[in-house]
Design a protein around this ligand. Structure first.
Ligand SMILES: [Zn+2]
Length: 243
């Protein structure tokens, strides 16, 4: 019976079924759980599986993007004309993209995301710019953690940020996030001892430093927080502060 109710909620727009929450994220979590039940989707655990999810989305060139979006997002042709964007619509935001991390984890948590959640049936369009290499390294991290008996207990804070969203969140100018090549994660209880500590963060930092990114990308260490940034820029970069 419970499943039936969830199933019905899934198709009528949810708001009557779930208490309205103020933040995009908390609302999205309950909708995502309903999506999981309805689709029985499996974690994405290989490069091929990542490719398959990405291939399920329509891709468009820079010149096929909605003009109003391009202007609002600050996507200037000199930097973006050669890039291809994924079109993400409606419930597709809940698809697993890598492990059990979802497409929406890598999209900006902005007004477009909010609009989409408000009317999933209409399928409001969001554009995702994402380097596949970033997802591969993310998967490498998940696998390395698993091999050592740790859990991927972290949240993706941000993946792709278009330039104006990057400015709004205080990202560095020209950040690799604006090219879909970076991710920030907020680390919780990776070692599973019931506490969120610096030791959890050290596990991730050591893996990223020695196994996952090495001299092939950037690592932001932000020592006063539980956040780690990594990117696939292709050369060595390290920093502790945002600027
Ligand atoms: Zn970052």
């Amino acid at each position: 019976m419970k499943n039936l109710i969830l199933f019905i909620c899934f198709f009528i727009g949810f708001t009557q079924c779930k208490k309205e929450k103020s933040k995009n994220t908390s609302k999205a979590i309950s909708l995502a759980e309903i999506y999981d039940k309805a689709t029985k989707q499996k974690p994405v655990e290989s490069y091929e599986a990542i490719n398959k999810v990405l291939a399920s989305f329509k891709q468009v060139s820079y010149y096929q993007l909605d003009k109003a979006y391009v202007e609002k997002a600050g996507l200037i042709p000199s930097l973006y004309a050669h890039r291809t964007f994924y079109i993400i619509k409606g419930k597709d935001v809940f698809k697993y993209l890598v492990g059990t991390f979802r497409v929406q984890d890598f999209l900006p948590d902005d007004e477009y995301a909010k609009k989409n959640l408000e009317n999933l049936q209409a399928g409001h369009t969001q554009y995702l710019l994402l380097d596949t290499k970033l997802l591969y390294r993310f998967l490498d991290l998940l696998k390395a953690l698993k091999a050592k008996g740790y859990k991927p207990d972290f949240e993706v804070d941000d993946g792709f940020r278009y330039p104006t969203f990057n400015d709004k969140t205080g990202g560095a100018k020209g950040s690799l996030h604006t090219h879909g090549m970076a991710v920030d994660i907020d680390i919780a209880d990776v070692d599973g001892n019931g506490k969120i500590e610096k030791a959890d963060k050290k596990i991730i930092l050591d893996l990223v430093e020695n196994q996952i990114i090495k001299d092939k990308g950037g690592v932001g260490r932000y020592p006063w927080s539980q956040t780690v940034h990594f990117d696939v820029r292709g050369w060595y970069a390290r920093w502790d502060k945002q600027n």
